[in-house]
Design a protein around this ligand. Structure first.
Ligand SMILES: [Zn+2]
Length: 420
């Protein structure tokens, strides 16, 4: 079994409430996935992620970046550790991207052929080559529950002809990714070191079995059912052209993936265009499989897309904004939502607070009086501002915890609404 997707309720607008069963556990959808680029959600430790929401629940799935882990510490190091779950002591589901987006946005001196992409590392300039087969080989070594087909991300803006040509390459690469996955998915490293944790199996509910395994997360908790395997999602491309989006979705559906992502969005286009591309693509994608929009967005965007029928989303925004002192909170009753910051349209559901502003220097309230996350239950705006201004690392951690909690609580609210 790769995954099982069980829809329990849906709305007239197309939104769905579902349970996504994966080898390392069940994810309630629609879901927002925190990004753990280099096998860490920056500044937030795994224990905290497991109980980061206001109601004490935690992140049920996180994302890691194949490009970064391939370069450092390398997929071979992670394979020998038993996969990225064991490497980072994260027993819950994980998703890896294909490396495509980073190769096209971070790496230097790319040379693209039908076969794949040659590029130089942004870390040390060393030369590497990614083909669809190699991307999947690396993702099998990492061992995430869900992995992504290797795709080309076309530059923005791009002409229709250029976008169509790039999309054709993405489709050829999707078929090759899928073939390599079918031939090699049994090579996932989950089970190789599972024997030493076997004694702990069955003790999950009772917590650690200290004599068998001294770790607080016994390795048996990270060893799924032996019959389970990784799932592979295809990625719909097609730039900002509705006809190409439609064609891309149709080609990928013919290949029969276990889930589908919509890629190449939120790359600078107006939000109406993003919404339009998502809507056109959702019309084609099968209703009984998970649908994932990559790299979005602001709190009101993730809410809107979830209501349209998107099941999964990820974005660096909550953590990256937190590290820049930008916090999201619910508007207070009667509060006017401020228009445009950084040229972005005003949000309907989230106020943006810049914690370094002097007006917070003696503000003893929590960030968000309506939030009961670990941070808002304990710390004041005045203290968070002090930490940020003094460049204390704890400030980055606390800001990140609140923003992630705000995002996950937002999705929890959307799920409750969909449940009817
Ligand atoms: Zn909070």
């Amino acid at each position: 079994m790769g995954l099982k997707f069980e829809i329990s309720a849906s709305s007239p607008e197309g939104g769905r409430r579902a349970a996504l069963h994966l080898p390392h556990g069940t994810v309630q959808t629609p879901v927002f996935m925190p990004v753990g680029t280099a096998a860490t959600v920056k500044t937030v430790q795994q224990e905290t992620l497991e109980r980061i929401c206001s109601n004490g629940a935690g992140a049920e799935i996180i994302l890691s970046n194949t490009y970064h882990l391939y370069l450092r510490p390398s997929h071979e190091v992670i394979r020998r550790a038993g996969g990225v779950h064991r490497f980072m002591a994260w027993p819950r589901p994980l998703l890896t991207d294909s490396g495509g987006f980073q190769v096209f946005s971070l790496a230097k001196l790319r040379k693209i052929s039908d076969d794949g992409v040659e590029f130089r590392s942004h870390l040390d300039g060393s030369k590497h080559f990614f083909s669809p087969e190699h991307s999947i080989e690396v993702q099998i070594a990492l061992g995430a529950d869900i992995m992504m087909a290797f795709d080309e991300c076309v530059e923005t803006p791009a002409t229709w002809e250029r976008t169509q040509q790039s999309m054709g390459l993405t489709h050829a690469w999707a078929a090759r990714s899928r073939q390599y996955w079918l031939d090699h998915r049994h090579e996932v490293p989950w089970h190789e070191q599972g024997e030493q944790g076997e004694q702990g199996t069955g003790n999950r509910e009772q917590g650690t079995s200290a004599s068998a395994d001294p770790l607080s997360v016994p390795s048996s908790h990270m060893t799924p059912d032996p019959s389970s395997h990784q799932s592979l999602f295809g990625i719909v491309q097609g730039g900002m052209y509705p006809d190409l989006r439609r064609e891309s979705a149709e080609r990928l559906v013919e290949m029969d993936f276990e889930g589908y992502a919509i890629g190449g969005l939120a790359v600078g286009e107006p939000r109406e265009v993003t919404r339009e591309m998502i809507a056109r693509t959702l019309e084609i994608l099968p209703k009984d499989k998970p649908r994932y929009v990559m790299g979005v967005g602001y709190p009101d965007e993730i809410e809107e897309y979830a209501r349209m029928g998107v099941d999964m989303m990820d974005c660096v925004l909550p953590t990256r904004a937190a590290r820049h002192g930008l916090l999201f909170r619910a508007p207070e009753p009667g509060e006017e939502l401020s228009a445009k910051e950084n040229g972005e349209p005003a949000s309907r559901t989230a106020v943006r607070m810049n914690i370094k502003r002097v007006e917070y220097a003696e503000d003893q309230r929590p960030i968000d009086p309506a939030c009961s996350c670990l941070v808002c239950r304990r710390y004041s705006r005045a203290y968070l501002r002090h930490l940020f201004v003094a460049k204390e690392p704890l400030g980055l951690t606390l800001n990140s915890i609140h923003n992630l909690s705000f995002y996950l609580d937002t999705m929890s609210r959307v799920r409750a609404g969909l449940a009817g």
